[in-house]
Design a protein around this ligand. Structure first.
Ligand code: TEU
Length: 559
């Protein structure tokens, strides 16, 4: 398999709003990130993915961009950005920017022009349609509740917004849009950045004719993010190959597509080994496995064999043909230690081990390395995320859900669980800000924080450091990155175990995803080999024909 630096990388995702506030306005900023670069470097990661820092009215916390070539006022200035980029490069790390080009803010100059009149110069840079039967042009729903169409009184037409109404979708079928986006991307590459994470890039090519989508019973609108919605549209690969030809191929970049609705077949095209489109993609099948039949806001529970089989499918189906990304956490997902663990540090370490030793580029989301947990927000008034607040309003006002029952699901699944301030120390506001934080600080910061874990050899932080060292510095680094994958005991409902076979030796990973001791029988070929324990999050488990893995125990052997 061809080697590449982005295959051998570990990426740390920063949500700037919640990372570190340097000027006391209660919002994280670029100088705050600069002040924490040594902490990030000491984790062992070599790439930082920065969620959007461009000028934005913050309807969706920066994923609604009003100027791609300026910095959001609350985050600082372009000079602050340049200092941050320099600081990252000085420490031997790379910077991946978040590229949000499926849509802009409605305050972007392009949209201001487009909506000014039906024959405006940039009218076709967005997706405008006449009313149909006196209403919206089709049954599409916004990901943030309500219809995906907003009526514009001035020009008497609807515009499409798959997300909030302040996030109008760009019309990628207009070559002038592609020209403007590619020119902006090149401008950032010439500033010296090292890649892009591409927001909902699988949605940029809409299906011809914008047809209605199928509706499940009780569904108010068609789901634009579901397969068959706006994902993986007719020209998406054509546009990405054009982007690659005109921009990406001219630089040495890590590019990762956030490809809602992607299948393994589609991923083999988006992340093809021939480098014709992107380096890798984020798939979302695994983080949908604990949803009930009603989607995100329905109470479901993870059945571990489903997770194991899904991850094994992606390992098997991409191997040698495309490259995988490995994540459980990001700014849109609840904290995995609460979601699939029991909030204990050992469960955080166990889950991380299972993820980090598969084939693919691992992504660590800020605070995940500390085992940060979901936050007890309580009432809906304490939430800030428009996806959560809009869903609560729509589902309760239509009578589809009861407030208390829905709040219980929101507490588990809201994106705000990942957006509480980074917990640096036990001081006021967890050391995040000297001001009033824009969102609630998780009250467990007094004991769960980076300062407390820095010196604790058994901390979650030092476990992530060990995992990342194994992948990036140890004699086994090539095995971790490039070896194959073979799932073991796929029906076992508590043990997540797999092999990483390769010419330079094989790794065995065994994780007890449960709070009870669990009997386990390693494969015979392991017992016949001379094995070496590389890592264990508890004790020194000895391989035996029938052995017990302690609650949330995870271990890695080589042979
Ligand atoms: O997310 C795309 C997306 O599908 C989200 O709706 C996400 O899957 C969902 O919230 C999970 O419940 C991207 C960004 O990551 C997200 O933060 C933005 O809000 C969204 O696009 C619009 O830019």
């Amino acid at each position: 398999m061809e080697r590449a630096w982005w295959k051998e990388s570990v990426v740390y995702q920063i949500y700037p709003r919640s990372f570190c506030d340097s000027d006391g306005d209660g919002v994280g900023d670029l100088p705050g990130i600069l002040s924490k670069l040594d902490y990030i470097r000491d984790l062992g990661v070599n790439v930082i993915w920065l969620s959007p820092v461009y000028r934005s009215p913050n309807d969706d916390n920066g994923y609604d961009i009003s100027d791609y070539r300026d910095i959001m006022e609350e985050f600082g200035t372009m000079a602050d950005f340049d200092a941050l980029l320099e600081g990252i490069h000085e420490r031997g790390m790379k910077l991946v920017m978040d590229l949000v080009v499926n849509h802009t803010s409605d305050e972007h100059a392009w949209f201001v022009d487009s909506r000014s009149s039906r024959d405006a110069d940039k009218r076709d840079w967005y997706i405008w349609r006449e009313a149909k039967n006196g209403g919206a042009p089709n049954n599409w729903g916004s990901s943030f509740s309500g219809p995906a169409w907003e009526w514009d009184e001035k020009t008497g037409m609807y515009y499409l917004h798959c997300f909030s109404k302040k996030q109008p979708d760009l019309n990628w079928d207009d070559p002038r849009v592609r020209d403007a986006v590619f020119d902006m991307m090149d401008w950032w590459c010439r500033k010296g950045i090292d890649g892009f994470r591409m927001d909902v890039i699988s949605m940029i090519s809409k299906p011809a004719g914008l047809p209605d989508l199928p509706l499940e019973p009780g569904q108010l609108y068609g789901n634009v993010c579901a397969p068959g919605g706006t994902c993986n549209g007719p020209h998406v690969h054509e546009y990405l190959r054009e982007m690659n030809r005109r921009v990406l191929s001219r630089y040495d970049l890590l590019t990762v597509g956030e490809t809602a609705g992607v299948t393994v077949e589609e991923a083999r095209r988006y992340a093809a080994a021939d480098g014709s489109e992107l380096s890798m993609v984020f798939q979302f099948e695994h983080v949908g496995l604990d949803e009930g039949p009603g989607g995100k806001w329905s109470a479901g529970r993870l059945f571990l064999p489903d997770l194991k089989k899904n991850l094994a499918k992606w390992q098997r189906e991409l191997e040698g043909r495309a490259w995988n990304s490995l994540f459980f956490c990001n700014h849109d997902q609840p904290r995995v230690v609460s979601r699939w663990g029991d909030d204990s540090p050992r469960s955080a370490k166990c889950i991380a081990t299972a993820l980090h030793l598969m084939q693919g580029t691992p992504y660590v989301y800020q605070g995940e390395e500390l085992g940060m947990t979901n936050c007890p927000f309580g009432g809906i008034e304490n939430y800030r995320d428009l996806e959560t607040v809009n869903a609560y309003r729509e589902l309760t006002e239509t009578g589809l859900r009861q407030p208390e029952e829905l709040l219980a699901v929101i507490a588990r699944k809201s994106r705000d669980n990942a957006r509480t301030p980074m917990q640096w120390d036990a001081g006021p506001n967890a050391g995040f800000t000297s001001g009033r934080p824009w969102i609630m600080v998780n009250p467990n910061y007094r004991t769960l924080n980076a300062a407390a874990q820095e010196k604790d050899p058994d901390s979650v932080l030092n476990w992530y450091r060990a995992l990342i060292r194994l992948r990036r510095e140890s004699p086994w680094r090539d095995a971790v990155v490039y070896n194959g994958f073979e799932l073991l005991d796929e029906e076992d409902e508590r043990i997540f175990a797999y092999l990483r076979p390769g010419e330079s030796g094989t790794l065995l990973v065994a994780c007890n995803f449960s709070p009870e001791p669990c009997r386990w029988a390693p494969p015979k070929r392991v017992l016949e080999a001379e094995t070496r324990l590389l890592l264990a999050n508890a004790g020194e488990p000895r391989l035996a024909e029938s052995m017990t893995l302690e609650p949330w125990q995870a271990a890695v052997w080589a042979f």
